[in-house]
Design a protein around this ligand. Structure first.
Ligand SMILES: *Cc1c(COP(=O)(O)O)cnc(C)c1O
Length: 233
């Protein structure tokens, strides 16, 4: 992947995001999280050279290696995948925003390590509103999800700054759109009713569904394949 190819891919994506924003008559911005996971460090350098500043990784060790290689301040680092509780302490200094606070147990661990370290961790509550058993995140009736998120928001050292969700892998646009719309509804409900919830980010949309996500109110799309090509299996 050359810088010129990446710039080309990026401008096509930005154009499509722009059109989706127009269709939805949205005035607010949509951030691109460039998902560099599994790609070598050269790809991270190319992304930075092309002007991408928000980078997404889903494994702590890989994130750590990349942070060491290019520097903690070279990018805004987003940890986007499930985090094991025994990796929380190691992960804390490496990211700016963690997208996958997917249980109260994990929220409590993040909170206690943050308090010990004297920092505030910024996270998004991951919600499973597609009903798929294979997806992680807070689930149940909308009111139950709100109650769990409220508990997470009450923990010290942890700031919940929005929601993250993933749509099912299906060609059925109606199903994908419905999932994103429910996440949006939940985001607004949390913003209106949950003490301490900061309604800053709604992270939804990947390479195959980001335009629908933007139409449904996403403020952060997490894009890998469409920018950098297929990952090695
Ligand atoms: C890998 C990954 C992405 C990016 O997926 P693409 O389909 O390559 O855009 C987005 N979000 C999460 C949580 C991921 O693990």
């Amino acid at each position: 992947m050359t810088e010129a190819q990446l710039r080309d891919n990026l401008s096509r994506v930005e154009e499509r995001i722009e059109r989706a924003r127009e269709r939805a008559r949205r005035g607010d911005a949509v951030d691109i999280i460039a998902v560099t996971k599994t790609h070598p460090i050269d790809v991270v350098r190319t992304a930075l050279a092309a002007g991408l500043r928000k980078l997404g990784e889903n494994r702590v060790l890989e994130l750590e290696g990349k942070v060491q290689a290019v520097g903690r301040d070279a990018a805004e680092w987003h940890l986007i995948g499930h985090l094991q509780r025994n990796k929380v302490k190691r992960a804390l200094p490496l990211f700016d925003l963690f997208h996958a606070v997917d249980s109260l147990r994990l929220a409590r661990e993040l909170s206690s390590e943050a308090v010990k370290a004297g920092v505030t961790v910024r996270g998004l509550a991951q919600v499973n509103v597609s009903g798929e058993a294979t997806k992680g995140g807070f689930e149940g009736e909308l009111s139950e999800i709100v109650d769990q998120i409220a508990e997470a928001c009450a923990l010290p050292g942890l700031e919940i700054r929005g929601l993250m969700t993933m749509a099912p892998f299906t060609e059925a646009e109606r199903v994908v759109r419905g999932t994103f719309a429910r996440a949006r509804q939940l985001f607004e409900q949390c913003g209106n009713t949950v003490e301490g919830f900061v309604a800053a980010h709604l992270s939804m949309g990947m390479s195959n569904d980001y335009e629908i996500a933007v139409e449904e109110g996403s403020t952060m799309v997490r894009l890998g394949t469409i920018l950098f090509g297929e990952r090695e299996p």
